[in-house]
Design a protein around this ligand. Structure first.
Ligand SMILES: NC(=O)c1ccc[n+]([C@@H]2O[C@H](COP(=O)([O-])OP(=O)(O)OC[C@H]3O[C@@H](n4cnc5c(N)ncnc54)[C@H](OP(=O)(O)O)[C@@H]3O)[C@@H](O)[C@H]2O)c1
Length: 274
């Protein structure tokens, strides 16, 4: 039985699935390279217990959300989809923050349509835009929640100060920041999430592969007869009860391996070594 975590009033299994990689393109650009494979990976992720999917308007752009709807709609009752707004993709390789209210409102209308939902489950601001007052961007997410177009609001790539600022405007149910065994900043945000009962979604949970080469991870994996990816994910799960890792892959074999992390138990001694 997989452990669960609350994302607002949704109870979801820990692990989730990061759907950015299903497009199969290193630049996260264009439609899925292999649509049948993308469909298969998404469906298999749910089958294996991942009932939280993370996506964004900027994946593709837009094709990431379309791939989820294509594979999963009509959605199983317990599938929770988190999408994000506020990044512009002028060309492959570029991810430019655009937190202007007009852009966020356009993203909202588009995400609702592409995901075929009347109300987004979780709408996250992808990243603060230094050119736009943070409160102004967050205000759009708060309005959408008030209007019943989104159930819950989340943040991504924020500091503790920004989390506190946003919480004065709207209830925040999740924070998605970069965090993995080799890159543990910013723990102050994780600690605040624990205290407040906010889900923490570490992106880059495998450090885009770097965690798999970590010497200590490899040693513990060998001892437990697990794989390095499983140990890196089990470490995240053991680190905090609000942790909801969202590893991403376009490979069924990697997906199955990653989901196996939920059965890896790390002892206090393993945690100390890591
Ligand atoms: N909020 C943000 O700013 C932000 C930024 C980046 C990502 N994200 C979200 O976070 C999710 C996870 O991040 P991520 O996908 O960049 O990083 P990740 O999960 O740490 O790493 C994914 C990479 O590792 C490979 N991989 C996955 N499982 C593996 C395994 N068992 N063995 C060997 N290689 C493996 C994948 O390639 P294969 O396809 O070959 O398996 C892929 O290249 C994304 O899908 C996205 O939803 C959010």
């Amino acid at each position: 039985m997989m452990q669960a975590v609350l994302v607002g009033d949704f109870k979801v299994n820990r692990l989730g699935f990061g759907a950015m990689r299903v497009l199969g393109s290193p630049d996260v650009w264009g439609p899925p390279k292999d649509p049948a494979n993308a469909r298969k990976v998404l469906r298999r992720a749910y089958e294996l217990g991942a009932n939280f999917f993370d996506t964004a308007e900027s994946y593709g752009p837009q094709t990431g959300e379309m791939a989820i709807a294509e594979a999963m709609h009509p959605y199983p009752k317990d599938l929770v989809i988190g999408t994000k707004c506020g990044l512009l993709r002028p060309k492959p390789g570029r991810w430019d923050p655009d937190g202007r209210p007009e852009k966020l409102r356009k993203d909202l209308a588009g995400s609702l349509k592409r995901l075929r939902l009347d109300c987004l489950h979780l709408w996250q601001l992808h990243a603060p835009d230094p050119k736009v007052p943070f409160e102004e961007s967050v205000g759009v997410l708060a309005d959408a929640r008030r209007e019943g177009k989104v159930r819950h609001v989340g943040l991504s790539n924020v500091t503790l100060r920004q989390l506190e600022q946003a919480r004065r405007i709207v209830p925040i149910v999740s924070v998605q920041n970069r965090y993995n065994i080799g890159d543990r900043h910013p723990e102050d945000v994780l600690k605040a999430c624990e205290k407040l009962g906010i889900a923490f979604l570490p992106w880059y949970p495998l450090g885009d592969g770097a965690a798999l080469k970590n010497r200590k991870v490899k040693e513990v994996a060998k001892k437990l007869e697990a794989t390095p990816a499983q140990v890196a994910l089990a470490w995240l799960l053991a680190k905090s009860p609000v942790m909801l890792p969202i590893p991403g892959t376009s490979s069924i074999a990697h997906l199955e391996e990653n989901m196996g992390a939920t059965s890896v138990r790390l002892s206090d001694e393993d945690m100390a070594a890591l």
